[in-house]
Design a protein around this ligand. Structure first.
Ligand code: MN
Length: 130
């Protein structure tokens, strides 16, 4: 079985590297994007198994990127999990309304992180085959 591909969208370089390092260490293939348009392009060309989407991005925010991916038949099946530093009331609902399967609050808990990712990957593949 080939490695699962995860697109990590995050404009904070330290967070991007942290998340990428953890995923790479656990055998995932990681694709990185630091802004929305790049994320759209990389999602279309690589068709990752999962996207971790920072909500706060310069110019096009993660919710808008998610809406665009979900409204495009070529990418609508990709599971997207929101990443946000602002655990504000309503964030979870906004992320779900945009099409995110779930929500991970930053700073991430590095001990629980990969277990959470595995759970999302299982959910996503179950939905795609059912
Ligand atoms: Mn950000």
């Amino acid at each position: 079985m080939s490695a699962k591909k995860i697109l990590v969208v995050e404009d904070n370089k330290m967070n991007l590297e942290l998340v990428s390092d953890i995923l790479t260490a656990h055998g995932y293939e990681v694709i990185q994007a630091s802004e929305g348009r790049q994320a759209l392009e990389l999602a279309r060309t690589h068709l990752p198994d999962l996207i971790l989407m920072d909500i706060q991005l310069p110019e096009m925010d993660g919710l808008e990127v998610t809406r665009r991916l979900k409204s495009d038949a070529g990418t609508s099946g990709i599971g997207i999990v929101a990443l946000t530093a602002h655990a504000m009331r309503g964030d979870k609902e906004r992320a779900q309304a945009a099409g995110c399967a779930g929500y991970i609050a930053k700073p991430i808990d590095i001990h629980e992180f990969t277990g959470i990712i595995e759970g999302y990957l299982e959910t996503v593949s179950r939905e795609q085959t059912s």
